[in-house]
Design a protein around this ligand. Structure first.
Ligand code: UGA
Length: 442
């Protein structure tokens, strides 16, 4: 099939390359000229394991072309996927203006009938808004092509995006048009025929809600465990063992029960807010989601409180932060707990020494006042305390003796519960983690 992908971020680029892998002919467009240029020079513009190879293969096979104008991208296309950003607005809702712009551009440039698919995460009822925009724009330009709107949310995780896209748990799409449904069946035929991937076919608003409900539910699990961790800290229980004990129940399952310094990234924080915002707009106060968000913010501040508990005033103190990305496997710093922590520390006039295996270039842009290190032990050198903010294997594999040797004081806040408390306590550390037995040597 002839497909187009509009917006080449984490979702769009991986999707475009996967479509090409499944044998479709893909035209891809991003509004950012430097990103297009980067891609045309053969370079994937962000860190995502496996994506460079998938992209190279798609381009070499002649099945993926990065195009300079939206009109060219849409020429002769059967299905166009909207993968543009939906960043948060101050009021909690997402900014849908880029989605709207694509809707009107598609109405203007379509060269024939096509299916327009929302893949960006959008609130329920965006599909209806898109239809309205398209009808208005078509009247203006005098176009009579049929544009069928569908929703096909994406469930890929950053850092795992290629694997998640090539082997998804499920495909969800919603549309009220038989033509669009058949087209989407064809797009994903390979996954169904060769991988037996389950499919949920529904209408647009339900598909849109599946995405928001899924992300909000996963965020709720994390916040739930972070709240349990708070209780653990107070009664001397161990949240990791509790997560294991809970996760062995088939009805609960083990995933997304890890307590820590809170979830980050471009999705959970934004989607929890957007879902609560949508609920409010339609007359329902989704208080649970407000709590999910409040618990998450509390976890970030907890680390600061633990540091203050150890070091009293933070001004002039030197703090090493191990990990900057919001999770391992990505150089994405959006809503990263590490960045929040660094900003708070800098505001209190502490010195921040930050390590990350892949995100240091991005760190330079958002934290110009932090010192950056490509070696975790160097980052710890002479520091008053160290915080583990991202569970990269480079950090997990650090040896307690090496940390002890480099730090000025043996104080650690393990915000991802990656180390064994006993090992650190035996080595003379003041060891703090989240919801586990902590501390010791005075
Ligand atoms: C998330 C969803 O998992 C994807 O299914 C979805 O497609 C994506 O959002 C999106 O909407 O685009 P992502 O944000 O890439 O994916 O990352 P996750 O692996 O879900 O992690 C999110 C955050 O939760 C990270 O900061 C991670 O450290 C944290 N987390 C995760 C925990 O604190 N505890 C856990 O047990 C799991």
């Amino acid at each position: 099939m002839k497909l187009s992908v509009i917006g080449l971020g984490h979702v769009g680029l991986v999707t475009a390359a996967a479509f090409a892998q499944w044998g479709h002919e893909v035209m891809a467009f991003d509004i950012d000229a430097s990103r297009r240029e980067h891609l045309r020079r053969g370079k994937v513009p962000f860190y995502e394991p496996g994506l460079q190879d998938l992209f190279d293969e798609a381009v070499a096979g002649g099945r993926l072309t990065v195009v300079d104008d939206l009109g060219g991208t849409l020429a002769g296309t059967d299905v166009a996927f909207v993968c543009v950003g939906t960043p948060p607005l101050p009021g909690g809702g997402p900014d849908l203006s880029y989605v709207e712009q694509v809707g009107s551009a598609v109405a203007e440039h379509a060269t024939g009938d096509l299916v327009l698919v929302e893949k960006s995460t959008v609130p329920a009822n965006t599909g209806r808004r898109l239809e309205q925009v398209i009808a208005r724009e078509q009247r203006r330009v005098g176009s009579s092509h049929r544009i069928y709107v569908a929703s096909n949310p994406e469930f890929l995780r950053e850092g795992n995006a290629v694997e998640d896209t090539l082997n998804p748990d499920r495909i969800v799409y919603g549309t009220s048009s038989v033509h669009a449904r058949d087209a989407l069946r064809e797009v994903y035929r390979v996954l169904v025929d060769e991988h037996d991937c389950p499919v949920v076919e529904t209408e647009v608003a339900t598909a849109e809600l599946i995405k928001h409900a899924s992300n909000a539910f996963l965020a709720t699990r994390i916040s739930f465990m972070n709240a349990v961790a708070q209780i653990c800290d107070r009664v001397g229980a161990d949240v990791e063992v509790i997560a294991r004990g809970m996760g062995l129940d088939d009805r609960i399952g083990p995933a997304f029960l890890r307590a820590g310094i809170g979830y980050g990234g471009s999705c959970f924080p934004k989607d929890v807010d957007a879902f609560a915002h949508l609920a409010r707009e339609v007359g329902y106060e989704f208080d649970l989601l407000e709590s999910v968000r409040a618990i998450n913010s509390g976890q970030r501040d907890l680390v600061l409180r633990k540091l203050e508990g150890e070091l009293w005033h933070l001004a002039g103190k030197s703090i090493a932060i191990l990990g900057a990305a919001f999770k391992p496997g990505t150089d994405d710093l959006r809503e990263s707990p590490a960045i929040y922590l660094a900003e708070q520390l800098l505001e209190q006039r502490a010195k921040v020494r930050i390590y990350d295996p892949v995100a240091l270039n991005a760190v330079a842009k958002v934290l110009p006042d932090a010192e950056r290190f490509d070696d975790p032990l160097e980052a710890c050198s002479g520091a008053h305390a160290v915080v583990v903010a991202t569970e990269w294997s480079e950090i997990r594999n650090l040896r307690v003796e090496d940390l002890r040797e480099h730090l000025a004081h043996p104080i650690i806040v393990d915000g991802r519960n990656v180390f064994d408390p006993d090992t650190f306590i035996e080595a003379g550390f003041r060891y703090h983690s989240i919801g586990r037995r902590s501390v010791s040597p005075i």
